[in-house]
Design a protein. Structure first.
Length: 293
């Protein structure tokens, strides 16, 4: 919704200001200039990026338009599943805990936290490091180094659509100049025409420069930045898991360990300690026990 409102405001101000200066909006309607600019940008985008990145860019744009970032319930469920797993690690045998992490889809713990289970990559991340904790030979600093490496890889992969869109946005002004040059070439072929016709052709050519700059700085660039913001917020869930499990490995009780994770959440989105306590008591205790039974 924010993107749509921003685009409406941008278009309204640009076109409204142009009309207020006495300009005629119909002059800006140059469909073939748009075909040249958008088509060249799309072609360059397909040349520069593998199909996986192309598809992920479409997914990332949809996430950006939907503002698909973790909400308070996502954070509470992430902390809740970690709390439940840490309690299991402290009180249950290795085989009982392995049953949860080897098959999370069938686990009573993970089923109690459907928002976490929906994020398959996050679920696998949690299970992988709980498995390493069970093994018992890895030291906390070794696990931390491994987590940092994986989180860095996850971040790099998740931001590929941002970099791809940013590169296209940076190229739009130059592509607009290409369209303008082609328009000038066309105008040069009409030098024997009246000044009115020649002026219209030159004006149409300059629209290409306008469209290229407008697409770069008012549409593609801001959407790319929005993609980065959304993806970074989703990546924050991995940091929560990392800090919580490391605190547990260093000897903290589950109730204390999840506080380490909670503190990594932005102050704008961070659930209160009372909300976390209430959530872990309600879902981490009774409901999980009922499902396990």
């Amino acid at each position: 919704m924010g993107i749509l409102i921003g685009l409406v405001v941008t278009l309204g101000c640009v076109l409204g200001g142009f009309m207020a200066m006495g300009g005629h909006v119909e002059v800006l309607i140059q469909p073939w200039e748009a075909v040249i600019i958008i088509g060249a940008a799309l072609g360059a985008f397909l040349v520069a990026n593998p199909m996986k990145v192309v598809k992920d860019t479409g997914k990332a744009m949809l996430e950006a338009f939907k503002q698909a970032v973790p909400k308070e319930k996502d954070y509470l469920e992430t902390l809740g599943v970690l709390h439940s797993l840490m309690r299991e690690l402290r009180t249950k045998s290795r085989s009982e805990v392995e049953a949860h992490i080897d098959n999370p889809e069938e686990s009573a713990i993970f089923q109690a936290f459907p928002l976490v289970l929906k994020r398959h990559d996050l679920t696998h991340f949690i299970c992988d490091y709980c498995r390493l904790i069970i093994i018992g030979n890895a030291r906390p600093h070794e696990i931390e180094a491994l987590m940092d490496e994986e989180i860095q890889t996850i971040r790099a992969d998740s931001l590929k659509p941002y970099h791809a869109m940013n590169a296209v946005g940076d190229g739009f002004p130059a592509i607009g100049i290409i369209a303008a040059v082609l328009g000038v070439v066309k105008a040069m072929g009409a030098l024997d025409q009246s000044p009115e016709i020649l002026g219209g052709l030159i004006g149409a050519a300059l629209v290409g420069t306008f469209l290229g700059i407008f697409m770069s700085y008012c549409i593609v660039g801001p959407i790319a930045t929005k993609i980065k913001v959304v993806r970074e917020k989703n990546n924050r869930l991995y940091i929560i898991v990392k800090q919580t499990l490391l605190a547990y490995m260093n000897g903290s009780l589950p109730q204390v360990a999840i506080e380490f994770g909670r503190k990594t959440i932005s102050s704008y989105d961070r659930p209160s300690i009372d909300a976390v306590e209430q959530s872990t008591m309600n879902t981490g205790g009774g409901e999980v026990a009922k499902k396990a039974a």
